[in-house]
Design a protein around this ligand. Structure first.
Ligand code: ZN
Length: 243
């Protein structure tokens, strides 16, 4: 059991050191992650707007061509109207002309709205482009900063991660899950020493009977108030020595 407690406490020491390293990096990793996400989203939005712009122009040009074709048809119908022999034929052509004219009116409206759409998209793209540029340069600066901080602590971090792997490999899955659960819930500290007969995590008094139990290093004893696992000085010392 002492071995199990010692492994727990060793893991806690290594994790606390790793946490300290992370703290030194401050908000940088999160800032870099958030900036990357923002840049990605803005680039996607820009691409979307550019596609709308392109499609609007293609559709507008098509409408333009369709209008020319319809106007030619109208001219043709008008010429034919001079050549027809019956009123009925004349009226049929007149209806065709009206129909084509209606189509032209609709296409002209379409063209107007497509031009508006294209202009809006173009304006938005123009606004977005410098914004993205600023964000990208900010991101690149932050990345450099983070890389510098990472490099500074690289060796220590690697050493700690290596230590962590070795210890974690010797802890049972159930114990590891328990440790991980308490650690996540309790500010990164799952295993604490008893100091002056109090829990080293929440400073709640530990009853003399539990202190006595604890010193046997024979069972997992948790703080009655915060739920952290309590270990004796003996376990603390042997854990420190083992690292
Ligand atoms: Zn406690």
């Amino acid at each position: 059991m002492e071995n199990r407690l010692r492994l727990f406490y060793s893991l806690q020491i290594v994790d606390s050191n790793l946490d300290e390293l992370q703290e030194m990096k401050g908000d940088l990793p999160q800032i870099v992650a958030e900036l990357s996400e923002t840049v990605k989203n803005k680039l996607a939005r820009k691409k979307e707007l550019e596609d709308i712009l392109k499609k609007s122009i293609v559709s507008r040009d098509q409408a333009d061509v369709d209008i020319i074709t319809l106007k030619e048809k109208i001219e043709k119908y008008k010429t034919q109207q001079f050549q027809v022999k019956t009123n009925k034929q004349y009226d049929t052509l007149a209806r065709e002309i009206d129909l084509a004219q209606e189509k032209i009116t609709k296409l002209q409206k379409d063209m107007e709205s497509l031009e508006g759409k294209a202009a809006n998209s173009k304006e938005d793209v123009e606004k977005l482009a410098p914004e993205i540029e600023t964000l990208q340069s900010d991101l690149s600066d932050r990345k450099k900063e983070l890389a510098a901080v990472n490099k500074e602590h690289e060796d220590e971090e690697l050493k700690l991660q290596h230590q962590r792997e070795k210890i974690a490999a010797r802890i049972s899955k159930a114990d590891y899950q328990m440790y991980d659960r308490i650690r996540k819930a309790k500010d990164g500290r799952a295993i604490v020493a008893v100091q002056r007969k109090s829990c080293g995590g929440c400073f709640n008094r530990v009853t003399p009977q539990r202190v006595l139990e604890l010193r046997k290093n024979a069972a997992i004893i948790t703080c009655e108030r915060c739920g952290r696992i309590l270990v004796s000085d003996e376990v603390v010392e042997s854990a420190i020595k083992s690292l």
